[in-house]
Design a protein around this ligand. Structure first.
Ligand code: CTP
Length: 404
């Protein structure tokens, strides 16, 4: 079955097409999915929760403030439970709220809190669908990696004819089955490093960098969704542990090196997305440094190059590096690919709104004898494509018996 045991959270918004969502639940279950339904307040004006409860075999949720439901499965737990989120029908208002990152009801909160791929099937009056505001929102959602399944055309409940009908249940089930990440790394052991490293100056001060860890975390999520067994070695970041991923927290470059070298022997692929600090303070102070009135000189010594050390190990895993550059991206990245003996490098330009702190990135993939520009996009979406390309090149290398 195409959706065998896939955990799908179906969000139902207020609109006449809400009645079609009942049929959709049946079809999703027929396809093997485990379905939980979340309704907006307005959806409940169109169809009763009991219908969805009976069809899904699970309790239906609609409010953030339902104490007994929260006690059974809190909303963050529910967001983690979902492997796929499908909003069908999605109203114009709901899309606008997602665009603005609102979390003013349970369903919008779940969309914001989930790491799972989100698909949206809008359904509304054809004039509302054609409105520039709605179309702009659709573009924004797509650019952020949310899949918008276009509405069908035909006669509408309001008596008008045009685009805006929710596609039939069968079409939605097959669209969802397509978007379920192909398990291109099924059973493969993948280690991902992410985030910055901190090098202590004294007990209260450190040298760090602006890496948020988001790209590495997105890569770990995409690898797990592709079926890999993922270990994430993370520097200090404020990101939640992705579902199904084993996380090892480290602080300094040397701690990261120790963790990476230890896990590397049991890894098939290592994706080094961490922004490792190249230097550390030679002698960090055990007590807080005091002002003296004189200039303070810190002697910095170079940190180990973790990736290069893994590359030099006896049986290195398939190695993917990252190169964050402000200029001459391709030239520097190709140089790193060769110098560090990597299988692949993902190069990105860092600058305003790109790279470290934002949710967007632009990646250029390079390998021996080839390259592919993945362009600019949402980090989650880029991570999914990166994982697909890594899987392809990993398999090619495995077929050649890992001879370079
Ligand atoms: N990296 C590493 N250990 C370090 C520094 C970097 O493992 N001490 C890894 C990063 O995780 C990344 C890749 O090496 O995958 C490239 O990082 P970057 O700092 O850009 O490379 P450097 O070789 O340090 O190049 P530069 O000359 O630009 O400092």
């Amino acid at each position: 079955m195409p959706l065998e045991r896939v955990r799908i959270l179906l969000g139902v918004c207020g609109g006449i097409a809400a009645y079609k969502a009942a049929e959709l639940v049946r079809r999703l279950r027929d396809a093997g999915a485990d379905v939980r339904v979340v309704m907006t307040e307005n959806a409940m004006r169109f169809v009763g929760a009991t219908t969805f409860q009976a069809l899904s075999g699970n309790p239906v949720r609609s409010s953030l403030w339902d104490e007994s439901a929260e006690a059974a499965m809190g909303h963050i737990e529910l967001a983690r439970w979902a492997e796929q989120i499908l909003i069908a029908p999605a109203s114009a208002d709901f899309m606008a709220r997602v665009v603005h990152g609102r979390a003013n009801d349970l369903l919008s909160t779940l969309v914001l809190a989930t790491a799972a791929p989100v698909s949206i099937a809008p359904a509304m009056n054809q004039q509302m669908w054609a409105n520039t505001a709605t179309q702009d929102n659709v573009s924004l959602l797509r650019n952020r990696g949310i899949r918008v399944i276009p509405p069908a055309s035909g006669s509408q409940a309001c008596g008008e004819v045009g685009e805006g009908r929710m596609p039939e249940a069968e079409a939605l089930v097959s669209a969802l089955a397509d978007s379920c990440a192909p398990r291109v790394l099924d059973g493969i052991r993948v280690m991902v490093s992410a985030g910055p490293t901190y090098e202590d100056i004294d007990p209260v001060r450190f040298i760090g960098n602006r890496s948020s860890g988001r790209m590495g975390f997105a890569v770990a999520i995409a690898a797990a969704q592709a079926g890999a067994k993922v270990t994430l070695v993370s520097g200090p970041v404020s990101l939640p542990t992705p579902p199904g991923v084993e996380r090892v927290n480290v602080r300094s470059a040397r701690q990261m090196r120790d963790a990476v070298l230890r896990i590397s022997v049991d890894s098939d692929i290592f994706i080094s997305a961490a922004a490792v600090g190249d230097y550390r303070v030679q002698a960090s102070s055990a007590i807080k440094l005091k002002k003296t009135g004189a200039p303070l000189v810190l002697e910095l010594v170079q940190n180990p190059d973790i990736l290069a050390e893994v590359a030099a190990s006896q049986e290195p895993p398939f190695l993917v590096g990252f190169a964050a550059e402000t200029n001459d991206v391709e030239r520097y990245a190709r140089d790193k690919l060769e110098r560090k003996n990597l299988d692949m490098i993902a190069a990105n330009q860092v600058g305003p709104e790109l790279g470290f702190e934002g949710s967007e990135n632009a990646l250029l993939l390079l390998w021996q004898g080839g390259s592919e520009d993945l362009g600019r996009g949402d980090k989650k979406m880029l991570a999914r494509t990166l994982i697909e390309r890594v899987a392809t090149r990993y398999r090619l290398k495995a077929e050649k018996g890992f001879k370079a």
